[in-house]
Design a binder for this molecule. Structure first.
Ligand code: PEP
Ligand code: MG
Length: 564
């Protein structure tokens, strides 16, 4: 029984299901006699004390990251607005604790959910979780504790609450499969911090305890009651995955330098605050692409300057003295953000996207620029403009950066006056004009995902033409080579931040073109460092100079890349 979900934590888990069911409690408004009200309030306090004692014991036992989440539940219980409010409802409305608890928590949950603030939305999840636990204690039910799960357990749930996730013992739990969740859910953070494979968006209604199960947190595949062949296949995948991780560990902490001394910075792509820790743990030397559009998603209005500053500052400080290249809002194409009002378009990838939108919404754009500039006082922050097609666009972007700088200066707010402003090379127009752009840009970063789609006129998300989409195509390789030459001619740094940066088959080619920096998902960094260390730039560049012009087909190009 194979199901495909979304992998949120890499690795392969093989084990037996333990289904965690959520109990639906009766929270209806039941009357309590005047003379029993004191007992009812007592029942509430006894339950809260019991829950507190349980949480305190767990916090003391768990490690830092897991313990911190449960500590936040204790902090919520200590909030002066919470318990007295529940007590007030019990006594004023002469009703039971369950009803009062449900009502008061619900008010806060709704408030947090409507705040449009990602952090407060996460707090709403904590509140739901805490409410469920308090209702359990009130109802005399045991609190779910998976810390004693049998070795080889795969937790299966509709939605895994934070407190359950936080009590996982990674010695016994080997994977997590849920229906609800996402990359940013606390459960996913915990899974990643424990290096536990996890897959979300998987239907689990029909799954029962004790079933054999396999999950692949990279591909998102989940197999319930797998066949013998499937078991053998995934056992091999698991062994390969672990062997590979172990093997690559020797590259941790090493300098990323070719055999003949060319340095290549290996940076991480991030999109959320939650990605900072894993990117550091993956040995990222900095951030080569901070996809800020994630900050604008799943909410009802744009993030404020202060909110953006706080996030960018965290990243700047975390990676200092390494660089953090913050890409300005790249909306449109396949990234929809309803409240920005872009609407449906015939050809969204050729439409109102990224810098095109921002230049027409200058106030929104400058809020972001000021947020980034303010963070530049705390580390090596750079600004990167996406989807540039014309020189005029880039110049207009630069003018807005100057305006944002002047505004901050007027307010005496510190920022890095020398901040570098670069651009993504994602369109054939930008690649063809790279020598001109190099006069104005402090650096280039090639977005190979888009550059491939635009060069070959292949929608990167359209399966019917996926066979034509390849960064190995000689036309794309020539574009990249040309950008490298233009950057070298002007003496500016350039890098690659599309998925191709993580493809070991392309590393030698990029180095031959003179690349200074490659930015990728953290999990690929050690593998690419190995490639860098095995490369001789001089010999690869010599071959490229002779052979690039001879390549006619994608297949020929692939053979050439393999031979480098
Ligand atoms: C790219 O186009 O290669 C890129 C890095 O940007 P995104 O994938 O976010 O469009
Ligand atoms: Mg792009």
């Amino acid at each position: 029984m194979k199901r495909n979900g979304l992998g949120v934590s890499a690795g392969i888990g093989i084990g037996t299901t333990l289904v965690i069911e959520e109990i639906v409690f009766d929270v209806s408004k039941k009357a309590v006699d005047e003379e029993s009200l004191a007992d009812e309030v007592n029942r509430l306090h006894t339950s809260i004390d019991g829950l507190k004692a349980y949480l305190e014991k767990k916090v003391a036992k768990l490690g830092h990251e897991q313990g911190e989440i449960l500590q936040s539940h204790l902090d919520l219980l200590a909030d002066p607005a919470l318990v007295p409010e529940i007590e007030k409802i019990i006594t004023q409305e002469k009703t039971v604790s369950e009803y009062a608890v449900h009502q008061v928590f619900e008010q806060f949950i709704q408030l947090f959910l409507m705040s449009g603030d990602e952090l407060l939305e996460l707090r709403a999840t904590d509140l739901k979780d805490l409410r469920q636990n308090l209702l359990r204690v009130l109802g005399g039910k045991e609190l779910i504790d998976v810390s004693d799960a049998k070795p080889g357990t795969v937790l299966v749930a509709q939605e895994l609450s934070t407190s359950v996730a936080a009590s996982i013992n990674p010695e016994s739990v080997v994977g997590i499969v849920t229906n609800v969740g996402g990359k940013t859910a606390h459960m996913a953070i915990i899974a990643r911090s424990l290096a536990l494979p996890a897959v979300v968006n998987v239907g689990v209604q029909d799954i029962t305890d004790g079933m054999a199960v396999i999950l692949d947190g990279t591909t998102g595949e989940v197999l319930f009651s797998p066949s013998e062949e499937e078991c053998a296949e995934f056992t091999k995948r698991q062994r390969d995955f672990q062997d590979e991780l172990k093997r690559l560990e020797v590259y941790r902490g090493q300098a990323s330098v070719t055999k003949d001394g060319k340095e290549v910075e290996l940076l991480a792509n991030i999109g959320l605050e939650l990605d900072i820790g894993p990117a550091l743990a993956a040995d990222g030397e900095g951030v080569g692409l901070f996809r800020t559009e994630f900050l604008y998603m799943d909410r009802s209005s744009a993030p404020s300057e202060d909110e953006q500053f706080a996030l960018y500052q965290k990243a700047a400080q975390a990676f200092a003295p390494g660089p953090v290249i913050i890409r300005t809002l790249d909306v449109g194409g396949d990234k929809e953000i309803a409240y920005l009002g872009i609407g449906k378009e015939e050809n969204p990838f050729l439409g109102y996207r990224a810098i095109r939108y921002c230049l027409e919404h200058q106030e929104l754009f400058k809020i972001q620029l000021r947020g980034i500039l303010r963070a530049s006082a705390y580390g090596k922050v750079k600004i990167m403009l996406p989807m540039i097609t014309t020189v005029a666009e880039f110049k207009e972007g630069l003018a807005l950066v100057s305006e944002a700088k002047a505004e901050l200066k007027e307010q005496d707010i510190p920022f890095d006056e020398q901040i570098e402003v670069g651009m993504m090379i994602e369109t054939p127009a930008a690649a063809m004009m790279a020598d001109v752009f190099a006069k104005y840009a402090d650096f280039f970063s090639i977005g190979t995902n888009d550059l491939t789609q635009y060069t070959l006129s292949v929608d990167r998300g359209n399966e019917k033409v996926a066979g034509l989409y390849s960064t190995y195509d000689p036309a794309v390789l020539r574009m990249i080579h040309r950008v490298g030459e233009a950057a070298a001619g002007a003496g500016i740094m350039w890098g690659v931040c599309g998925e191709a940066a993580a493809d070991p088959l392309l590393t030698k080619f990029f180095i031959a073109c003179g690349v200074n920096e490659l930015s990728m998902a953290g999990s690929s960094i050690l593998r690419i460092r190995q490639q860098v260390l095995e490369t001789n730039q001089f010999t690869c560049a010599e071959r490229l100079a002779k052979e690039l012009k001879l390549l006619e087909t994608c297949a020929e190009a692939k053979t050439f890349l393999e031979s480098l």
